[in-house]
Design a binder for this molecule. Structure first.
Ligand SMILES: Nc1ncnc2c1ncn2[C@@H]1O[C@H](COP(=O)(O)OP(=O)(O)OP(=O)(O)O)[C@@H](O)[C@H]1O
Length: 279
């Protein structure tokens, strides 16, 4: 079956991640926090174009996987960015090699203006792509003097993404960008991500399957700290039995992003079935 393409405007992405050299290559990743193993064995590739979704029920290790790639928590295994081994490097050097991080809680400086938030994100040694950022997010230019803390959740997400896009990054790691947003803002953020993905490939942690359907070309699914499924995102979402087994929700029945998706999120978090590496 030929997988359907996402409905976002991402026409150039290859259908199969294995058709091209990945920009981010992870094999046998394990990671620990406070002496506890939170990632057991993760393999994933991020294609150089488009969106790769990192999926799984609550608490399976998606955020920890991203933090492990960045060296924010102790880890072992293979992690390469365009062929460069990241494992021996500290986080500041990893970031300088070209990884943009959009954390789960957005982490904008609430008391600073939008413009100052962007200025603080400028990385030494990188070109600073203000033209690109303001072209993608004209609202941020209009709201440059506004304190970031007074922006809506969707606008704060724009600031967070703009900070990552400002520098010349090879890949963006974006963690649950629609979490906690009102339904209409989910759609806004989805459109923002589609625009961002035209500039840099994205590894996207996302619980809203309709957003995944709109954006993702590839899917990697985690269960209990292990990657248990890799493949075209649309094929995965179309396989009801598989999405039910691995996520606890029906792929085809994922909510519309304009509707409240708390139900998807709740269902996705309902249980931690131990899966073996079968896919
Ligand atoms: N700082 C920490 N201290 C102790 N345990 C942690 C810490 N951070 C994460 N964990 C544990 O590690 C496991 C993986 O958490 P992680 O946040 O990576 O999962 P996730 O898939 O991103 O979940 P969610 O969808 O809820 O964000 C969970 O069992 C969590 O309780």
């Amino acid at each position: 079956m030929t997988p359907a393409q996402p409905t976002g405007d991402l026409t150039e992405a290859p259908a199969r991640s294995e058709d091209v050299d990945p920009v981010l290559h992870v094999r046998g990743l394990s990671a620990h926090v406070a002496g506890q193993q939170v990632v057991e064995h993760v393999d994933l590739d991020v294609a150089p174009v488009g969106v790769t979704a990192l999926l799984g029920r609550n608490g399976v290790g998606k955020t920890s996987t991203i933090k492990a790639v960045l060296g924010l928590i102790g880890r072992a295994g293979e992690v390469e960015l365009a062929g460069t081994d990241l494992v021996p490097l500290p986080t500041h050097q990893i970031v300088r090699l070209g990884i943009g991080y959009v954390p789960e809680d957005r982490e904008v400086f609430a008391g600073l203006t939008v413009t100052d938030n962007l200025r603080l994100a400028e990385r030494r040694g990188s070109e600073h792509r203000y033209d690109l950022v303001y072209d993608l997010f004209p609202e941020l230019k209009q709201r440059g003097a506004q304190a970031a803390g007074t922006l809506s959740g969707g606008q704060q997400q724009m600031v967070s993404l703009a900070r990552a896009l400002l520098n010349d990054n090879q890949v963006l790691l974006v963690d649950e960008p629609t979490k906690g947003l009102a339904p209409k803002l989910v759609q806004e953020v989805s459109q923002v991500l589609a625009r961002a993905a035209q500039v840099a490939p994205i590894l996207l942690v996302e619980q809203n399957l309709q957003v995944v359907r709109e954006l993702a070309h590839h899917a990697v699914v985690l269960t209990d700290g292990r990657s248990v499924h890799h493949g075209p995102a649309q094929e995965f979402l179309a396989d009801d039995a598989l999405t039910q087994r691995l996520l606890g929700v029906h792929g085809e029945g994922g909510s519309d992003p304009t509707e409240d998706h708390d139900q998807d999120r709740d269902q996705a978090g309902a249980g931690h079935t131990r899966e073996e590496h079968t896919e």
